[in-house]
Design a protein around this ligand. Structure first.
Ligand code: BG6
Ligand code: MG
Length: 214
């Protein structure tokens, strides 16, 4: 059976969490709320709107809808100024090895990301041509752990969900993959990603034989 491979973007292909951290910290501190690296961890895989809601609740702060939209757009502009500087050097180790193997063998490859900036980032790191299908935050209404993003990717790849393999670094993303009835491969800490079928620290731990036998 032909497998389809679906990659999360942030934390799997590139480490953008450091840029989200800088932009969220500036926003939070600007309205008198502390923002730590531990809190940033909790925003991995979480949508833009949900992230700001969490920050406001951590700071016990209530703001108007207008201020909310204004803060969200300022944060994204800040984030985009970091993205602007990205290059192929920011691709995480051994990602090209795996993507090249899949595309060289005509194995279907999709992106399944919560980010509305996904296409811009893939273009910056010159990987956009590696994906047969891209489903991002602009294409879905239900955020991970809802399986919508991965089910849409599978449908567009024309591969049955149970034949799809998902690479994810966030717990919400692993849950989304399992909710979609897919094979979930966690990239990161096994104590956090324990609902995954397999967990690796990063792609340097994954060999092509493992991918081939999935
Ligand atoms: C996810 C990130 O991939 O995308 C989250 O892990 C981020 O941290 C979310 O909030 C939405 O991203 P963006 O680029 O649309 O703000
Ligand atoms: Mg991620």
């Amino acid at each position: 059976n032909t497998k389809g491979f679906i990659f999360d973007l942030d934390g799997v292909i590139v480490d953008t969490a450091k840029y989200h951290f800088l932009a969220w910290k500036k926003l939070a501190n600007g309205i008198g709320i502390d923002f730590t690296h531990e809190q940033n961890e909790q925003l991995k895989g979480v949508s833009r709107v949900k992230s700001l809601e969490k920050i406001l609740s951590w700071g016990n702060k209530v703001i108007s809808d207008d201020e909310f939209s204004e803060l969200i757009s300022k944060k994204n502009n800040d984030y985009l100024s970091y993205i602007e500087q990205m290059s192929t050097q920011e691709i995480l180790p051994d990602i090209p090895k795996v993507l090249n193997y899949l595309t060289d063998n005509n194995i279907p490859v999709a992106l399944g990301s919560a980010s509305k900036n996904a296409r811009a980032i893939l273009q910056k790191v010159n990987l956009i041509s590696k994906f047969n299908v891209i489903v991002d935050g602009n294409d879905v209404t239900k955020a991970k752990p809802n399986p919508e993003v991965f089910l849409t990717a599978a449908q567009n790849l024309e591969v049955a969900p149970e034949n799809c393999v998902v690479f994810e670094d966030s717990l919400a993303g692993i849950e989304a993959a399992k909710n979609a009835n897919m094979i979930a491969i966690g990239i990161g800490d096994v104590t956090i990603l324990n609902k995954a079928d397999f967990v690796f620290k990063d792609f340097t731990e994954i060999d092509l034989e493992f991918i081939a036998q999935l």
